[in-house]
Design a protein around this ligand. Structure first.
Ligand code: FAD
Length: 397
């Protein structure tokens, strides 16, 4: 077993949570290493996909709204630092089946109220407005909508790839092809990790940001954090221009009641990506073939028929089953282990964590330095009971 140089902090996992934390810690002069199996981005990581929605629309939840608002500012900074536009501010459209004022559309109504209070007036669209601005929408089923230009999507896999390179440029040591098999704990103090590839990494603190594998490494969170599978679909439209911004944007289609959301034509892949933010299926992170089922594709086709008829027969060029690291309450999980000194967990993205990457890094770094971050309280280590309700309001559960 070979031993590698001593670090202040070893981060287990190079997804958005790990990479963002590493950048923040390196900026604060900590000696940091990231360990990740294969390469960063890893093909099975939640962060690794062509796009993730970046939205300030969080229903009545002002804290998430504010976190997303600050994250968006930082995504612009990252675009600048990385020298490439990984965050695309193409706007965010909420499509509604009923009146936005109705109880049924309370997610959209509350989101619009929060936005307005924070100085982001949304553009309300009726049948005529939708037809003019977003002509591919079936207004018979979605007669109302609300468009906010401040929002869009991040090219997630690409962002992680470039952020990891940036992290390395500011001193973070990246060890790819290293899969942590156990955390070294001596007399209640964590002092390193061991990898399946046969190496030991010594450090003062370990941050486990291993996405869905986190509960395998830190079993104490297993009762509260599960992995669930969610399918995404890439479609090739016959008239790509009609799905290209500004004719199309990131959208939700009555999301809290249906789960459906999606993206405009991807600038590199030339596809429209659609997903469903709903309950998902319980899936073991290492013991599942992650195949998208035929009934899910049927469900997608019926959604397209009713929402974007031009896509009803569009070729499905790729499907992916991606795993949420789901906490029971839908909130992130970033805190010190209550019993093991020097062990920190940074996980629980719960299907909405990517956009918050820049702030997650700050919260983690403050946790390492025992400082209080303004958003940290709700992500602390907690003991959730079976009757815990999922609190992220966009999610269809
Ligand atoms: C289908 C889907 C759609 C989503 N849509 C959105 C969206 O639109 N907007 C949004 O904001 N969020 C979205 N999310 C959520 C978002 O993707 C996650 O919250 C975020 O990517 C989590 O990042 P992470 O770094 O915690 O995990 P991951 O990206 O999974 O990274 C974990 C890393 O740890 C590594 N690792 C695992 N085990 C080990 C080990 N033993 N040793 C070392 N390394 C290890 C993995 O290889 C991986 O690289 C979505 C998620 C999914 C699945």
């Amino acid at each position: 077993m070979s031993t590698s140089g001593k670090y202040d902090i070893v981060i287990v996992g190079g997804g958005i949570f790990g990479v963002s934390s590493a950048i923040e810690l390196a900026r604060r002069n900590h000696k940091v290493a990231i360990l990740n199996p294969d390469t960063i981005p890893h093909h099975l990581a939640s962060s690794t996909d062509i796009s993730k929605a970046v939205r300030m629309e969080y229903g009545s939840d002002r804290e998430y709204h504010r976190m997303a608002e600050l994250s968006i500012e930082k995504w612009h900074d990252w675009n600048h630092i990385l020298g490439e536009e990984v965050y695309h501010e193409v706007g965010f459209l909420m499509l509604c089946k009923e009146s936005i004022e109705s109880e049924y559309q309370s997610f959209e109504k509350c989101s619009i109220e929060n936005l307005a209070q924070a100085g982001y007036p949304s553009e309300r669209l009726g049948v005529l407005g939708l037809k003019e601005k977003f002509p591919v929408v079936n207004v018979d089923n979605y007669p109302e909508g609300s468009f906010n230009p401040k929002g869009g999507y991040a090219e997630s896999g690409r962002a992680v790839e470039l952020l990891a390179k940036y992290a390395a440029s500011i001193g973070v040591v990246i060890h790819e092809h290293q899969t942590v098999s156990s955390i070294l704990i001596d007399d209640g103090q964590c002092n390193g990790v061991e990898t399946k590839e046969g190496r030991l990494f010594h450090c003062q603190q370990v941050i486990v940001a291993a996405g869905t594998n986190t509960p395998l490494l830190v079993p104490e969170i297993q009762p509260f954090v599960k992995s669930t599978g969610h399918s995404v679909f890439w479609l090739k439209p016959s008239e790509p221009k009609r799905f290209t911004p500004p004719r199309f944007s990131v959208f939700t289609a009555d999301i809290s009641n249906t789960g459906w959301y999606g993206f405009p034509l991807h600038p590199r892949q030339g596809v429209v990506k659609i997903g469903k933010h709903s309950k998902g299926d319980a899936i073991h992170p290492e013991q599942d073939d992650r195949i998208v089922r035929a009934d899910e594709i049927e469900d997608l086709r019926s959604f397209l028929e009713s929402t974007f008829p031009e896509l009803r027969n569009a070729p499905l060029v790729c499907t992916r089953k991606c795993l949420y690291t789901d906490t029971m309450d839908g909130h992130f999980w970033i805190d010190r282990h209550p019993e093991v000194q020097g062990l920190i967990v940074c996980t629980g993205g719960s299907g909405h964590g990517f956009k918050m990457g820049p702030i997650i890094g700050e919260i983690t770094a403050d946790t390492v330095e025992d400082k209080e971050h303004e958003f940290a309280a709700r992500y602390k280590w907690r003991h959730l009971t079976a009757d815990t309700i999922q609190m992220e309001e966009a999610r269809n559960v």
